[in-house]
Design a protein around this ligand. Structure first.
Ligand code: IPE
Ligand code: IPE
Ligand code: MG
Length: 244
């Protein structure tokens, strides 16, 4: 029986975050360049995005390029940036009523990429279905540092007092301020770590790790992750009795 039949359609996670890992190793296994793996990974992005929208997920945030990924060999970075230009398919987004957005240090991206992504955000801004958010030149430490800087300025200018710094205020200064925290975080590719992704936001997310390399991650694996998520009891610090 497919996992799709076992998923409770009334309890679909609102926000799913994915660390799409394993493109390079997938390519290497096939005796190819790492870039070949990134191209295959871009196809998985299209498929999983459509699946997520169909399931009724509201926010899909994909870790696409980290702050630390700038330290990769220049040709790999260039290939990834080119892939961004080629693989954002506006047609698919429009067809599925998907709104496109990005989080991260946008200004660090090549001008051409910035322009193309901005157009895509503008063209899909009125769509009312799922939001597809790419994390680009993103890291949690970067994001939290920026938030601290902005709050420090507000305190210095007297706009707010230090007593007004709350959990909610900090969250409102993060680039994810327009969405709920992830319910489910998936990492493909076998590594069991967060690699600087959504550290604040994942405080109470359910974590799901699988060995499958991102290019091989398919519908069935995705449904399995959602099924597993639905088997967990989210207690948020309370007792089991309080939940039920
Ligand atoms: C994830 O795949 C994509 C990016 C980080 C851009 P990797 O490129 O990290 O693939 P592995 O982990 O080396 O296999
Ligand atoms: C995390 O993958 C970043 C993205 C998936 C974009 P990495 O491959 O860069 O992570 P580490 O270096 O193995 O932790
Ligand atoms: Mg990796």
């Amino acid at each position: 029986m497919s996992y799709i039949e076992q998923i409770d359609k009334t309890r679909i996670p609102q926000h799913v975050a994915i660390i799409m890992d394993g493109n390079g190793r997938w390519a290497k296994q096939r005796g190819k360049e790492r870039t070949y793996g990134h191209q295959a990974g871009a196809e998985t992005v299209q498929k999983i995005t459509e699946d997520a929208a169909r399931l009724g997920i509201k926010y899909l945030t994909l870790y696409t390029f980290s702050t630390e990924n700038w330290n990769r060999p220049q040709d790999e970075v260039a290939a990834l940036m080119n892939l961004l230009l080629d693989s954002i398919e506006e047609e698919t987004l429009m067809k599925n009523n998907i709104r496109f957005g990005i989080i991260g240090d946008f200004n660090k991206l090549p001008m051409e990429v910035q322009k193309s992504l901005t157009l895509c955000m503008e063209h899909t801004a009125k769509n009312t279905g799922m939001s597809l958010i790419l994390a680009l030149s993103y890291s949690s430490r970067w994001e939290i540092t920026e938030a601290v800087r902005q709050i420090a300025i507000q305190v210095k200018t007297g706009e707010i007092s230090s007593e007004q710094i709350t959990d909610e205020l900090i969250a409102s200064h993060l680039s994810t301020n327009f969405m709920p925290d992830p319910d489910l975080l998936i990492r493909t590719g076998g590594e069991i770590r967060l690699s600087n992704y959504l550290l604040w936001q994942c405080a109470y997310s359910e974590l799901y790790f699988c060995d499958t390399f991102w290019p091989d991650f398919d519908k069935e694996e995705f449904y399995k992750a959602i099924y597993e998520y639905q088997q967990r009891e989210r207690r948020f610090g309370k007792t089991s009795e309080q939940i039920s």
